[in-house]
Each structure stands twice: as structure tokens, then as C-alpha cells.
Design a protein around this ligand. Structure first.
Ligand code: HEC
Length: 119
């Protein structure tokens, strides 16, 4: 195998690898301590662990019928109403629904806060 052929096969292997990576989940933001502080005004019992559990439940439950929605697509006020409908679609119990609501409103609040700072 010549050097060029060898490089080509490495390149091809990398392309296949990247094509198989679950990008939707990898690019989904994680909630941090600041997000948690903002979320507690709405969900007083939220923790970093519950926000991470919500992130995972969201990625697992919400991409079956349509693309995974962006958390910033709805405001913190809008998400609970959307989730009331989608919890039925995704057959979530109320615990799963609440975890996903925590995560989505946390990231949505983060982008709302960032927009206010830019003004
Ligand atoms: C069984 C299929 C199914 C699953 C699972 C599902 N959805 Fe949906 N979703 C739909 C359909 C169908 C629509 C479009 C009809 C509608 O708006 O009611 C939709 C629309 C939406 C919309 C746009 C609604 C609007 O008012 O702009 C959002 C946001 C959404 N889904 C979020 C979610 C989330 C979050 C989850 C996970 C909890 C989820 N979906 C799981 C079927 C599903």
C-alpha cells in the first residue's frame, strides 16, 4: 500500500466514523450552575443531576417523530404547554415530563438571558 493510498483509507475511515456519531446529542448543551440558579425560580427542587437526567430523557424521547427540537425554539413559558401535548405523544410519565421541562426551560432561559445582555 503506497503512502497516498494509506492516507486515503485513513481519511475514509474517519469520514465513516463522523457519519455515525450521534451529532444531535453531542451538540446539545449541558446545564451549568448559572442555568440551575435561573431554573430554581420555576423548579425549586432542580439540581444539576436532575437537569442532566432531563437532557438525556429529552434526547432519548423527543427525536423519534421529528428532529430533536432546539431548546431555544420556545420560551420558558411556552415549553410546559408544548410538553403537556408531547408527553402524551412520547408516552412520558409525569416525572420524565418534569425532568425534560426543567432542562428545556433552563437552556431556553440561558438564551433569553444572553439576548438581554447583548442589548
Ligand atoms: C409520537 C410522535 C412524537 C413524539 C415522540 C414527540 N413528538 Fe413533538 N410533535 C409531533 C407531531 C405530530 C407534531 C406536530 C403537530 C403538533 O404541533 O401538535 C409535533 C410538534 C412538536 C413541536 C412544535 C409544536 C409547536 O407548537 O410549535 C415541538 C416543539 C415538539 N413537537 C416537541 C417535542 C418534544 C419536546 C418531545 C419529547 C417529549 C416530542 N416532541 C416528542 C409528534 C411527536
Amino acid at each position: 500500500m503506497g503512502v497516498n493510498e494509506f492516507h486515503f483509507s485513513i481519511l475514509r475511515a474517519l469520514l465513516v466514523l463522523f457519519a455515525l456519531l450521534p451529532l444531535g446529542c453531542a451538540s446539545l448543551p449541558r446545564a451549568d450552575a448559572q442555568d440551575l440558579a435561573r431554573t430554581r425560580t420555576q423548579f425549586p427542587t432542580a439540581t444539576l443531576a436532575s437537569l442532566e437526567a432531563g437532557r438525556r430523557a429529552f434526547a432519548d424521547s423527543c427525536a423519534g417523530c421529528h428532529a430533536l427540537p432546539r431548546p431555544e425554539a420556545k420560551s420558558a413559558d411556552e415549553w410546559p404547554k408544548v410538553l403537556d401535548e408531547m408527553a402524551h405523544e412520547a408516552k412520558l410519565n409525569s416525572g420524565q415530563r418534569d425532568l425534560i421541562a426543567q432542562f428545556l426551560t433552563a437552556i431556553s432561559r440561558r438564551s433569553q438571558a444572553a439576548q438581554l445582555e447583548r442589548r
